[in-house]
Structures are given as C-alpha cells and as structure tokens.
Write a protein that binds this ligand. Structure first.
Ligand code: KG4
Ligand code: ZN
Length: 340
C-alpha cells in the first residue's frame, strides 16, 4: 500500500510517500523559517498563504523523486490537528480534493501521534511498551505507549512547552526565530555552570513540568547584567539549556522507574537538541535502559511521520473519507479513542 502524507500544521510544508512494503520512498519539505524570521515568530495568515503556494509544487516534486504517478497512491493522510486553523485547512483541502479526484480514501492524523510514532521509523525500532517524551514548540508531555492508539498521559507542562521556553529565551538573548536551534548553537561555546538557574519541579514527585519561571529567571539575570558581551550571552544560553535539559532528563528517568519500563522514545523538535540527546543516552544507560530518537531530520515537522502514522493506524487501508474538518486544539487521548 502506498500512502501519501501531508503536513501543514504550522510553519513547514511537508509531504512524503510511504510504502508499507518498502518503507519511506521520498520525503520533501519546505520550511517557512525565512518568511517568519522577519517577524520574530510564526504569523498564522502568512503561514496559511505560503502552504497554499507551496503544497502542490511540493507534491509534484515528491512524486517525481519517488518516480511514481499520483494514481499509485492508495491512501491519503493529512495532519488534522492540532495546529493553526488556516494552515491545517490547506492540507485538509488538498487531501480531500486529491481523494475525490483519485477516488482514494483520506484519513486525518493527529500531529502529535505523528511525532510520537516517528521514532519507529528508526533502526533499531523500539518495541512496545515504552515511555515517550514529546517535546515540541507547543507540547511537553510524557506518555506511556502500549501500542498504536494506546496512550496514557503521565505528565505534561503546566505552562510553557520546552520548545517555547527555548524560543522565548532565545528572543531574550537577541537571537532570531526559530530560537531553539540558535540558542543550542550559542550554548556550544558557553559555560553551563556560570549561572545557577532553577530546575523547576525537578523534585515535585509527579511527572509534570513548568518552564515559565525558568524563562523569567533568565530575564531577571539579563536585566541585572545590563549590556551583555558575547561570552556572557553564550554562558547564559548554556546555563539555561543545562537547566531545562536536567529537568527533562530527570522526569524521563522518573517516568521509566514509575512505569517499570526500560525503553524511552523521544520525539518532537526539541528532540533535535544534542545536549538533551547525550544526557538522556547517558541517563538511561546508567539504569540498563535504552533511548530511541527519530533520525534528526524527522524530529521537527515533516510529512513522513504523517504517512507513517497512517500506515501503522490503518494497516489494511481504509474506505471512505475523513470528515473535511480540522481540529486546531485536539487532545491526543480523545483522538486515539475516536479512531480506536
Ligand atoms: O516539533 P516541532 O518542529 O514543531 C512543533 O510541533 O512545535 O518543534 C519546534 C520546536 C521549536 O520550539 C524549536 O525551537 C525547537 O523545537 N527546536 C529545538 C532544537 N531544534 C528545534 N530546541 C532546542 N534545541 C534544538 N536543537
Ligand atoms: Zn510538531
């Protein structure tokens, strides 16, 4: 079965072809980073318009790259939510139109389920059950995953998402959008021990997170210091990154202990952070467990994870079409129950 995956939930237009026998055939992406950089963040209306401009040419280049005509597609999957309403509608419209024109079924996929299952595209592939850490620009969640569609929320952020904390702190340090990768790069040359930032909720006894206070501590420090030189900015970045990574790692290990599991899967944009990867690898190895990460380019938004999630959720294909509806706010547990 050949599955076309379409992702347009935020600021990347992604499309991929996944063959259930042969694996990922082709995967194309257009990032809107330059478009939004001017404004210091994603402008929803500009995002939607850019998806309109990019998606069809992107689909053409995807089919060309895979050397397959569009008629070969058996199932069309698109990101149905959560995300920006207008942006989601672009993917939903193109998916519905293609489905109608080709007489092929269309399925809506939950964006986070795409992220959550993407580490299964890696080699070696983790077995169920596992603990998943979902760390993106909009979400920070720890879940127990017992199988496709069987997710139990263990804890989540009470305020900012980890990616959001990276992005906001990057703005404080005068770095452009998207802040996470820029802050991580600046932190490479910095001293992570120079500033003692708090590790919020590290010993709260539950698996929830809170990052807004950490961001405020950096703000307070930046104000106290006044004009900062390059060295100090690098040290601030490194110290902030160390704090947030310490919390994420500690909670992941607590989740593994609490659930009695030995596999940890990391997904979402912040999963691209190399300090987080290294610390998690070391932390789980210490207790004889193992960490799994999606390939770096599949950590951030992409069409491959959407096609792949559809392959796992609908192994026999599907008849009929998803409702022509998007869910800008959509809880994963509710979505999983609806398709179970
Ligand atoms: O999963 P994703 O591409 O989009 C959402 O669904 O949100 O995640 C984007 C987030 C942004 O906040 C970005 O700054 C962050 O992931 N990010 C990083 C890194 N690469 C991306 N944060 C820290 N270090 C990185 N290397
Ligand atoms: Zn995402």
């Amino acid at each position: 079965m050949l599955i076309l995956g379409i992702e347009t939930s935020c600021d990347e237009t992604g499309a991929a072809l996944y063959d259930t026998e042969k694996g990922l055939l082709a995967d194309v992406l257009h990032s809107q980073v330059e478009l939004h950089a001017l404004y210091g963040g994603v402008v929803p209306e500009l995002a939607s318009r850019d998806h309109v401009r990019r998606l069809l040419p992107l689909l053409r280049s995807l089919l060309e790259r895979a050397g397959r005509p569009v008629e070969d597609v058996d199932l069309i999957a698109f990101t149905q939510g959560p995300g920006l309403g207008g942006a989601l509608l672009v993917g939903a419209s193109v998916a519905a139109g293609l489905g109608l024109a080709l007489g092929k079924p269309v399925v809506g996929i939950h964006h986070l389920e795409g992220h959550l299952l993407s580490p299964l595209l890696a080699d070696p592939r983790p077995e169920f059950p596992f603990v998943a850490l979902l760390v993106s620009g909009g979400h920070t969640q720890l879940m127990r995953v017992d199988g496709v569609g069987r997710y139990e929320m263990l804890g989540e952020t009470l305020d900012d998402a980890a990616g959001e904390a990276f992005d906001k702190t990057a703005t404080l340090l005068g770095l452009g959008y998207p802040g996470g990768p820029a802050l991580a790069k600046l932190a490479e040359g910095g001293d992570a021990k120079r500033f003692a930032f708090p590790r919020p909720m590290i010993a709260s006894g539950d698996l929830d997170f809170s990052f807004s206070g950490l961001k405020t501590s950096v703000l307070t420090r930046v104000r106290e210091l006044g004009a900062t030189d390059d060295r100090t900015r690098a040290d601030l970045a490194a110290s902030f990154q160390a704090a947030i990574v310490d919390v994420l790692v500690a909670k992941c290990l607590q989740a593994l202990d609490r659930e009695g599991l030995e596999r940890l899967v990391v997904a979402g944009g912040v999963g691209a952070n190399s300090r987080l990867r290294a610390r998690l690898e070391a932390g789980v190895a210490d207790r004889g467990a193992k960490a799994y990460f999606p390939p770096l380019r599949l950590c951030t938004d992409n069409g491959a994870m959407i096609a792949f999630a559809a392959a796992l959720k609908f192994p026999q294909g599907r008849s009929g079409n998803a409702s022509f509806e998007v869910h800008p706010r959509w809880d994963l547990a509710t979505a999983a129950r609806a398709t179970a």
